[in-house]
Design a protein around this ligand. Sequence first.
Ligand SMILES: [Zn+2]
Length: 165
Amino acid sequence: MPIGTSYQALKDIGSLGKKIFTKKVDDEVRKQIQEIIDKSSELYDRIVFLEDERQSNRELISDLQKKLLNIKKFAREFKKYKPQKLVTGTLVYSYDSVSYKDKPPHDICTKCVRDSVISELQPSADYDGKSKNIAFTCFHCGSNFLYDKKVDWVKYITPELLSKI
Ligand SMILES: [Zn+2]
């Protein structure tokens, strides 16, 4: 083999070795880059998820603060009412108009109180004017409460009107 050819062969082998080595390094670097990209992508997803969580927690806290305010407001108002059993056996909460003068006497719905809602009962519009009892309605939940016309209803009507019924 002439010297030139041998030299060339050695050079080729060296070049091939270098290429193989370069390819190996490239593959490793590429693999590491891909791992970093994958990891970054995972971290980004995690950040997006945590940001969503933070946002919904913030909304939850805001909702809870509103509920707490409503409950406090309800508790302040509700202490002005006392449970009362009507002649008909119906249970209502009556406004303590002896201690609190800011509102006229009225009753509130016992069902709505369970949901921290104060809903004033109103005489039912379809009362015939003759029956001994009259239904009072809660316009918040639609429940009816039976009142004795002359005993339970007395606090809602004027003496003049009372004398006519
Ligand atoms: Zn009600």
